[in-house]
Design a binder for this molecule. Structure first.
Ligand SMILES: C[S@@+](CC[C@H](N)C(=O)[O-])C[C@H]1O[C@@H](n2cnc3c(N)ncnc32)[C@H](O)[C@@H]1O
Length: 297
């Protein structure tokens, strides 16, 4: 089965050169290829590519399992359209609450310095940048392909992008001056990597998802670096699968971090995401969102 699409483009009826409804033909092809949202995807492909070899090439890529976002070259994340190059992590809507939490944390501060760690395309940085009243946003990734893509998005949405290992990729001038680090970290445990949907497993580098034995090695690395880069009252905003919450709490506690969660087990209704509308399927309910701080909250 070919994975689902979450790219929000306008639907419009399209006829091919011979006057036959191209939309229906394309829906049939995508359905045959196993696309779950064939109607939506067909409309997006027709809106993006005019009839001819370019469209045919795009449809073939999709039929062969290339994620729709890579075929289209873009994705919509938290209402912002960002370029997504081939081999760059496809922004997931499940990560959108990170933007809300980040902006909520920023609200009480007069001017904010936010960094998006492991930025991929820079989707989170773009959405935070769009919602931030006053402040600067920077983004870091270790993958040069992702950095090139994020730089294009940064030029459009107003953030700088650096290459390197988490915080250590930032300019030295950021040391001790970061208010909020937002990070959708790789967190898939080694034993579960093979269970990821096949099209994304082959289309995205392993390092975008692989989190070591328990999935939490990237979190350990980020928290280890964070003391040097965050302000004393700075926070790390991140997420994990619900099944990793105990592990995340242990990793944080061992290193002296305070943990607040949204969607976590300590809440009365752990899956009541109140102001997080637009959550579109049950998968989204299986994540926990964290605000980690060294200062007591
Ligand atoms: C789960 S993806 C999230 C991408 C992006 N934030 C998003 O939401 O679309 C994790 C990202 O972390 C990056 N990454 C992995 N290891 C890294 C490291 N040591 N330093 C910086 N970035 C890293 C990957 O290249 C990937 O882009």
């Amino acid at each position: 089965m070919v994975g689902r699409s979450k790219v929000g483009w306008q639907t419009r009826p399209v006829a091919d050169d011979r006057g036959r409804p191209a939309l229906h033909q394309l829906i049939t092809r995508l359905r045959a290829a196993g696309c779950v949202f064939a109607e939506e995807e067909a409309a997006q492909l027709l809106a993006r590519f005019s009839a001819g070899p370019e469209r045919e090439h795009a449809v073939r890529r999709r039929e062969q399992g290339t994620p729709l976002e890579h075929v289209l070259g873009c994705a919509v994340f938290a209402g912002i359209r960002v370029a997504v190059d081939t081999a760059v992590f496809v922004p997931r809507r499940r990560a959108e609450p990170l933007v809300d939490l980040c902006l909520a944390a920023a609200r009480s501060l007069p001017a904010v310095r936010v960094v998006d760690l492991g930025c991929g395309s820079g989707a989170i940085a773009a959405a935070v940048s769009a919602g931030l009243r006053r402040g600067v946003v920077a983004a870091v990734d270790h993958d040069p392909v992702a950095v090139a893509c994020a730089r294009r998005n940064g030029a459009e949405h107003g953030f700088e992008v650096y290459t390197g290992d988490w915080f250590d990729g930032l300019p030295a001038s950021y040391q001790g001056r970061v208010d909020i680090a937002v990070a959708y970290l790789p967190h898939v445990p080694a034993a579960l990597v093979d269970r990821l949907p096949a099209d994304y497993r082959t289309a995205e580098p392993l390092a975008t998802v692989y989190g070591g034995a328990d999935g939490l090695d990237p979190l350990r690395a980020v928290l280890h670096q964070a003391r040097r880069w965050l302000r004393a009252d700075g926070v790390v905003v991140t997420m994990s699968a619900a099944g990793q919450e105990v592990g995340v709490r242990a990793v944080a506690a061992e290193r002296g971090w305070h943990v607040r969660t949204r969607g976590g087990a300590d809440e009365e209704d752990p899956h009541d995401m109140d102001d997080m509308d637009d959550m579109d399927d049950m998968d989204d309910m299986d994540d926990v969102f964290y605000v980690l701080s060294l200062a007591a909250p």
